[in-house]
Design a protein around this ligand. Sequence first.
Ligand code: AMP
Length: 178
Amino acid sequence: MPPVPPTPDELARAIRNIPDFPKPGIQFKDITPLLADARLFAGAVDLMTARCAPGTVDAVVGVDARGFIFAAAAALKLGAGFVPVRKKDKLPFQTIEERYDLEYGTNTVAIHADALRPGRRVLLVDDLLATGGTARAAANLVRRLGAEILEVSFLIELAFLKGREKLAGLPVHSVIVY
Ligand code: AMP
């Protein structure tokens, strides 16, 4: 018999809250206990991809670094390719970049200039939506390459940080909302 799929509540119970990591005031959501459990990991990927029919997604774009874990698994499940959005200066070929503001300072993410052809249908994936700056920048990169974003999918959303507002105009889905 196949294992019983986990509910979002069960997934949430496997996520550990680490206070003041990596700096004071941050409640870090540690997903490693969830990832270590085969049934929970598979269930998380299933819930993150539930609205995508096989054959409708050309590429899953994952955001450095925990986004890669879910995006690669989602790509295999959906029969799609995997495309990384990485932190600046990590990708070896020609890139395009997007800079965005953090609480203190800025961050820059990049994608290979040939990673997506115009019209490609993309599922954009990250582990967690906080202020939305990272996902907005990643979405901008995808759009600049002419690809179409079908959905932006997160395992976790910290709704009080209002990241969804930065993603206005894009279909956003989160499995677990705090
Ligand atoms: P943001 O750009 O503010 O939406 O931040 C999202 C990115 O930062 C994601 O790639 C997350 O992996 C990471 N992140 C932000 N806040 C947290 C948190 N409280 N716990 C774990 N990861 C976080």
